[in-house]
Design a protein around this ligand. Structure first.
Ligand SMILES: [Zn+2]
Ligand SMILES: [Zn+2]
Length: 289
C-alpha cells in the first residue's frame, strides 16, 4: 500500500505509516504546479522546524524527473538558501548535508544512501541533490515490502527528531552563556526549550490563550514602554527541561504547558532552580515587593 502511495503521492497513507507517536508531524504534498512541478515531492514537516518546503530541514520523498525511482531523503529547504546564497547555494547545501551526517553519525548506517540524483540540473532539483543528507532510494519494479518502507520512514523520522534535539543545522554550542547549562545534554535540552517557545505557531496560540500580561509580575509591556511594547510578551514553555528527551515528540497543551512572561521574568525563571515552577517566581516577586 505505502509503495503505491509513494508512487501515487497520497498524503494520508504516509501520515498513517508514521505510526501513532508522530501525530504532531505535518504531511504535505507537492502542489504540482509552478516551480514545484520540477520535482514532485511528499514531505514530513516537524512544525517545530518548518511548515513549508522552502525552508528549514525535513523528510521528503523526491521523485526522479525521468526514471521511475524515488528517494526518501532527509533534506533541506532549498528555496531559502538559493535566495540568500545564489551562485554558491549548492555549496552551502552540500556543506550543511555533510554537517547533518556528522551530527547524525549513529543514523547514517541505517539510512545508507548519502548521495542522490534527480535527473535534472535545474536549480531546485540540483539543490535537493546537494541538500540530501541521508536516506534510501527505491526503484519501481524493485520496491521493498510494506513493512520495510514503513520501517525506513520511521527510522528517518527518528533521525529528523534527533537532529532537532541535537541543534538542527546550527553549530553554535553556547546559546545561553549566563543560564549556564553545564553539559551537552543540558545544553541540548535548553536549546530545544527555546525552539519550542520561539515557534511562532505555538507562541501565537499561547498568547491568544494567556493574553499579554506577564503572569509573574503583571506587567503589560505597552503600559511601560508605549507603542514598541504593544502586544509584546514572551512565551515560556513550562515543561521541566529534564523531561525533554531526544526522539520524543513534544506534546504540549497551550493552556497548561505555556506561560506568558515579560523578558525580565523570563530571564529570571530560567535562572531559578526549577524553570517550570511559575509559582516559585511569583513568590519571590511577592516577597521582594
Ligand atoms: Zn514579568
Ligand atoms: Zn523559557
Amino acid at each position: 500500500m505505502l509503495g503505491d502511495v509513494i508512487r501515487g503521492a497520497a498524503r494520508q497513507e504516509v501520515a498513517g505509516a508514521l505510526g501513532s507517536g508522530n501525530s504532531d508531524l505535518l504531511v504535505k504534498g507537492s502542489p504540482g504546479q509552478g516551480i514545484w512541478a520540477e520535482v514532485p515531492w511528499l514531505s514530513v514537516f516537524d512544525p517545530l522546524v518548518t511548515r513549508t518546503a522552502t525552508q528549514g530541514y525535513y523528510v521528503v520523498y523526491l521523485f526522479h524527473a525521468r526514471e521511475r525511482l524515488v528517494h526518501l531523503s532527509l533534506n533541506q529547504g532549498t528555496t531559502e538558501v538559493l535566495r540568500e546564497f545564489r551562485g554558491s547555494a549548492n555549496q552551502v547545501l552540500t556543506e550543511r548535508a555533510v554537517f547533518v551526517r556528522r551530527r547524525l553519525a549513529d543514523f547514517a548506517p541505517r539510512l545508507p544512501v548519502h548521495a542522490i540524483d534527480l535527473g535534472s540540473d535545474r536549480p531546485l532539483p540540483s539543490g535537493y541533490a546537494a541538500g540530501h543528507a541521508m536516506g534510501m532510494t527505491y526503484r519501481s519494479g524493485a520496491m521493498p515490502d510494506e513493512t520495510t518502507l514503513r520501517h525506513d520512514l520511521q527510522t528517518i523520522v527518528a533521525a529528523y527528531r534527533a537532529l532537532t534535539f541535537r541543534g538542527g543545522l546550527t553549530t553554535s554550542t553556547s546559546s545561553s552563556p549566563d543560564e549556564g547549562p553545564t553539559d551537552l545534554l543540558e545544553e541540548r535540552r535548553y536549546r530545544m526549550h527555546r525552539r519550542i517557545e520561539r515557534n511562532p505557531h505555538a507562541a501565537r496560540r499561547a498568547k491568544q490563550h494567556h493574553g499579554i500580561r506577564c503572569q509573574a509580575c503583571d506587567l503589560v509591556m505597552a503600559e511601560r514602554y508605549g507603542s514598541p511594547g504593544e502586544d509584546f510578551i514572551e512565551v515560556h514553555h513550562l515543561r521541566p527541561l529534564a523531561s525533554l528527551r531526544e526522539g520524543e515528540p513534544v506534546r504540549y497543551d497551550v493552556a497548561t504547558d505555556f506561560a506568558v512572561l515579560c523578558p525580565n521574568c523570563h530571564r529570571m525563571i530560567h535562572r531559578m532552580a526549577d524553570p517550570s515552577d511559575l509559582d516559585a517566581l511569583r513568590e519571590v516577586l511577592h516577597a521582594t515587593s
